[in-house]
Design a protein around this ligand. Structure first.
Ligand code: AKG
Ligand code: FE2
Length: 335
């Protein structure tokens, strides 16, 4: 016989059911904000300050956003075609020419198919010098044009974010020495040609640097862990670029802005997805530590300082691997 759970008991039961459902309910989403890049530099003072305020909220309350009017759609489409051509118009033997050779590789490729990662990945250093495979012909120019546009956007966002944080426009540009900033673009193909072993395309991680920009050919796959603790699927609307705060802006702002954990989930090998994430970083010799302006009695420094190069190599990786060391840079909690 079914037992009555009573009013309170029923409420508890319903809440628990709801909580369990949330764990798997990706439709329970917070909406990712959109920032209009052109308005950040509007001549209309009101319009400009409103959009700067909106960007400040996106950085502090989300840590990631979609950017519109940053790089022309034609240029983004061209870059995605260039990446697709790279994976389609070369064979695996040609691509394996870029397997790890030494710690100063400027182009590096790998193919992984295991429980923790399922992707084919090519990394290229794109700034201060631009490196790109010469084959196929279509690749280098198309991706170069996109990266050139993105570098302008990087300098623009540095100005806008410096202003929001209460500093002069050139603050971040100078602190991170962006003129010689170390940028790495990573081309991803999911699932890899070996097909995936499990559902993880790329395991949970954060990205080092000032910020990461991302474009993709199909929606679905990339999920961000929101400040509320929900996984949000990144469905980039047409004509937008996804931007996420990187570890080193988190360090510089002593945790005011946060670099968010993300992962890539695969759809049973059914959908082929291409993405390009570009990690825009400080110059390798920049010493990054929390800025004194973000430190006071109630906000002691939460991270130790280190050069960008040292932080990229902290866990035994090479510069080009652009692996996070944020956890290791966090100060132990003082009791
Ligand atoms: O492919 C994606 O959507 C994300 C890639 C990524 O997070 C990375 O390369 O760091
Ligand atoms: Fe990432």
């Amino acid at each position: 016989m079914a037992q009555s759970v009573g009013i309170l008991g029923q409420e508890c039961f319903d809440l628990k059911k709801k909580a369990i459902a949330h764990l798997h309910d990706y439709s329970f989403m917070e909406e990712i904000p959109t920032i209009d890049y052109s308005l950040l530099f509007s001549k209309d003072h009101n319009e400009r300050s409103k959009s700067l305020e909106h960007l400040g909220k996106a950085c502090q309350e989300f840590g990631f956003f979609y950017l519109i009017n940053g790089v022309e759609e034609r240029v983004v489409e061209g870059a995605l075609k260039g990446i697709s051509d790279f994976f389609e118009l070369t064979n695996q033997e040609e691509r394996s020419e870029y397997l790890k050779k030494n710690s100063v590789d400027r182009i590096r490729w790998y193919l992984r198919s295991d429980a923790g990662e399922n992707r084919e990945n090519l990394k290229i250093v794109t700034h201060p010098e631009y490196h790109c495979p010469g084959k196929p012909d279509s690749c280098k120019d198309a991706i170069g044009e996109y990266l050139k546009g993105m570098h302008e956007v990087e300098l623009g966002l540095a100005k806008a974010i410096s202003t929001i944080l209460g500093y002069e426009e050139t603050y971040i540009e100078k602190e991170f020495k962006l003129e010689a900033g170390f940028d790495v673009a990573t081309f991803n193909l999911y699932p890899p040609s070996l097909q995936s072993k499990g559902s993880i395309g790329l395991a949970e991680h954060t990205d080092p640097g000032f910020f990461v920009s991302l474009i993709q050919n199909v929606n679905g796959g990339l999920q961000m862990l929101s400040h509320k603790g929900n996984w949000i699927t990144v469905n980039i609307p047409r004509n937008r670029i996804f931007i996420g705060i990187g570890d080193h802006l988190e360090i510089l702002t002593n945790g005011k802005y946060k670099s968010h954990i993300h992962q890539v989930i695969l759809d049973n090998n059914k959908v082929k997805r291409i993405s390009m994430a570009t990690l825009h970083g400080p110059s390798l010799d920049t010493f990054v530590a929390p800025t004194p302006g973000f430190i006071d009695d109630s906000h002691p420094p939460t991270y130790r300082g280190m050069t960008y190069k040292e932080s990229l190599e902290l866990n035994g990786f090479d510069e080009i691997d652009v692996q996070s060391s944020l956890i290791q840079l966090r100060m132990p909690l003082s009791l």
